[in-house]
Design a protein around this ligand. Structure first.
Ligand SMILES: C[S@@+](CC[C@H](N)C(=O)[O-])C[C@H]1O[C@@H](n2cnc3c(N)ncnc32)[C@H](O)[C@@H]1O
Length: 253
């Protein structure tokens, strides 16, 4: 089977089977914990919405579907690929936090060819401006940032060629060339509260009119959950928790 066809089948499976099943699994786990009176993770209080309420439905491709620790899950990757496929705002896509570059590659594969994808990662030797969250050094100190798009299979070389890898600390990086240009900003860097607040402010500056910001790990990392709850409480932007995922979405209408 050709890589093109396989990627389409992966996209259908990820969005139409994996994502609804993972929502069902989450509901079951929540119910089971309630019955057993067990607390785990944080209480997610943002309103829940189906991904289709925020994103136009377009066909997607999923490449490199196998997940490593630190990657988004397959359902989340499908939502991010859908957002990239649907965006018509601005001329850039920005990812904050590269890790192995699996999401970056999928953003580039699904976005219209006029989009450049920028992804920023912290060099392991750099001293970050704020403290990182406990345990997340492992994601910083990896063998090769962005390895999935740096050496892509031949079918995805053209898409990978539209990716620009940036290195720096999100809190001190000079974002000025990217202001108000992003059809999609994906916030998935440090999970420490101070960073999520700073990275969200950056995302709000980078997003184009009619563009979208998506955050990862709501309800999973305490710093992310608290920061997004605070942003919504103080600004009432209309952040929504995407059903079946730890993603939060905001549309700059
Ligand atoms: C959870 S991983 C990102 C996963 C990736 N977005 C994906 O979907 O596969 C977090 C990434 O953020 C990076 N990071 C952490 N703190 C950062 C900072 N202050 N500035 C830039 N990148 C940072 C880490 O090096 C790591 O690559």
């Amino acid at each position: 089977m050709s890589a093109q066809l396989t990627s389409r089948i992966n996209g259908i499976y990820a969005r139409s089977i994996y994502l609804p099943l993972s929502d069902f699994g989450r509901e079951l786990r929540t119910l089971s914990r309630r019955v057993r009176k067990v607390e785990r993770g944080q209480r997610a209080t943002l309103p829940v919405a189906d991904w289709r309420e925020a994103i136009d439905v377009r066909p997607i491709r999923i490449v490199a579907p196998e997940k490593n620790s630190g990657d988004v899950n397959l359902g989340e990757l499908a939502v991010l690929a859908s957002a990239a496929a649907a965006t018509r705002a601005g001329d850039e896509i920005v990812e904050i936090g590269t890790f192995d570059g699996r999401t970056t590659l999928n953003l580039a594969v699904n976005a219209a060819p006029q989009y450049r994808v920028f992804t920023l990662d912290l060099p392991p030797e750099a001293a970050p401006k704020f403290d990182l969250a406990p345990g997340e050094r492992a994601y910083v100190e990896k063998p090769r940032s962005g390895r999935r798009f740096l050496d892509p299979p031949p079918e995805w070389r053209a898409a990978a060629g539209r990716i620009s890898q940036l290195m720096g600390d999100t809190a001190t990086f000079d974002w000025s060339p990217h202001v108000a240009r992003a059809g999609l900003v994906f916030v998935d860097g440090s999970h420490a509260h101070d960073y999520v607040i700073a990275d969200s402010d950056t995302a709000f500056r980078l997003v184009a009119n009619k563009g979208m910001v998506i955050w990862h790990d709501y309800g999973v990392w305490e710093g992310v959950t608290r920061a997004l709850d605070e942003i919504e409480a103080s600004r009432q932007l209309g952040l929504r928790h995407v059903r079946g995922t730890s993603l939060v979405v905001w549309c700059n209408q």
